[in-house]
Design a protein around this ligand. Structure first.
Ligand code: HEC
Ligand code: HEC
Length: 344
């Protein structure tokens, strides 16, 4: 090696070392936390955790307690769990959930199973991260209607919660801790042990003949269900108008984009645990899976923006039962049992 190039290398090393040193204090602060590996269901990809909110036992436990704490609402009657029930895969069984003062909003509370993988949140995709999502129900006058700073100050007086906040993030319970910990907890709500999953992993007997016939129909060119409900969560997260209403009261994606061509378009929902999440659609207007299948079989109502894939299908009674049987086979019973056992 020539002398000058050796100096160059040395110089570079010094430069890099110098850079490293500058980020060290931050790393030291983080080093106090013992990160844990949260097991993901077989066949699911790794979760992309935000760097500043990787999971630890304390973060998850604090988030779990806060998720169930009605003090988050103005009148101490509503917690996140009031509208996201473990027994319903963390969805609500009412079309419109009850918030403070018995008020109701306009959308149906969706399942929180596997939200760790969602690229954006809400049916219009209006929120980008789980951390930021927490602010929305707190702020919503029909849901919790409470000021996040006030809530945090109040809960910081709770010794158990504040001790956990210190252990989890090295600071008192404040809006940062509140939003981070609830998001950390939500990322543990992983569900992927349905008969369909066991079939995908090679157990030929995990699905009945009827469920298999339904699966083939679901992924067929004829129904095209699987073109929107694709991938391991059975959604591609695209926004679609499926001809539910001639005139949409709720403009869906248009609320966020302001774009006329997004009228009545909603995020394609995951169909995991769909048997537990009735009623269905953004407004909870369809009460049963039969009604949903009826909707798709009829091709829905006319709307300029209705997706081309929503067409009259002419499914026989038998085919409709098969499709329903497949949807029921997307239920992960152990997810609910374990959540209920853990006191969620
Ligand atoms: C009064 C009922 C209610 C309460 C309380 C409530 N939610 Fe929700 N939640 C909803 C509804 C309704 C939606 C759908 C809103 C939308 O899509 O615009 C929703 C959507 C969500 C979503 C987005 C899911 C997705 O698929 O995009 C997350 C995450 C969530 N809630 C978490 C929480 C957390 C955390 C709390 C507590 C801080 C909470 N919710 C409190 C009713 C509620
Ligand atoms: C063009 C994309 C597309 C196709 C094709 C499609 N869906 Fe959907 N599906 C959606 C969207 C978007 C919603 C939510 C609409 C809303 O909330 O208004 C939805 C909602 C549902 C729901 C209700 C889920 C819930 O939690 O509310 C079920 C069940 C469902 N679809 C099953 C099917 C079946 C079965 C087929 C085939 C017969 C099918 N879908 C075809 C996009 C699609």
């Amino acid at each position: 090696m020539k002398k000058w190039s050796a100096y160059l290398v040395l110089g570079l090393v010094a430069f890099i070392a110098c850079k490293e040193e500058r980020v060290l204090p931050d790393q030291n602060a983080e080093a106090d936390f013992e990160y844990i590996e949260v097991e993901t269901p077989a066949g699911f990809p790794a979760i992309d955790y935000p760097m500043e909110n990787r999971p630890t036992t304390e973060r998850i436990e604090l988030g779990r307690l806060l998720f169930h704490d009605a003090r988050l609402s103005r009148d101490n009657t509503v917690s996140c769990a009031s509208c996201h029930l473990a027994s319903h895969s963390f969805a609500d069984n009412e079309a419109q959930s009850v918030g403070v003062d018995g008020l109701r909003g306009d959308r149906n509370a969706p399942s929180l199973a596997n939200v760790a993988y969602h690229p954006y949140f809400f049916m219009d995709g209006g929120v980008q991260t789980l951390e930021r999502q927490v602010i929305a129900p707190l702020d919503n006058v029909l849901e919790m209607d409470h000021d996040i700073v006030e809530v945090s100050d109040e809960l910081a007086q709770d010794e158990l919660l504040n001790t956990l906040a210190q252990a989890a993030y090295g600071r008192n319970l404040d809006p940062f801790v509140l939003t981070r910990s609830i998001a950390a907890y939500e990322r543990t709500l992983l569900s992927g042990d349905s008969p369909y999953d066991r079939y995908l992993q090679g157990d030929q007997f995990a699905l009945t003949a009827e469920e298999k016939a339904g699966m083939e129909l679901f992924f067929s060119e004829r129904t095209q269900c699987g073109s929107c409900h694709s991938g391991f969560l059975l959604t591609d997260f695209s926004f679609n108008n499926i001809g539910l209403e001639e005139e949409y009261l709720d403009k869906g994606r248009r609320r966020v984009s302001g774009d006329e061509s997004d009228n009545g378009k909603f995020k394609t929902p995951s169909l995991r645990n769909v048997a537990l999440t009735a009623p269905y659609m953004h407004d909870g207007s369809l009460r049963t899976l039969e009604e949903v299948i009826d909707h798709f079989n009829s091709g829905g109502v006319d709307h300029d923006l209705k997706d081309d894939r929503i067409q009259q299908l002419n499914l026989t009674e038998e085919e409709q039962s098969q499709l329903k049987a497949f949807l029921l086979a997307l239920t992960d019973k152990s997810f609910v049992t374990e959540a209920l056992t853990a006191g969620n």
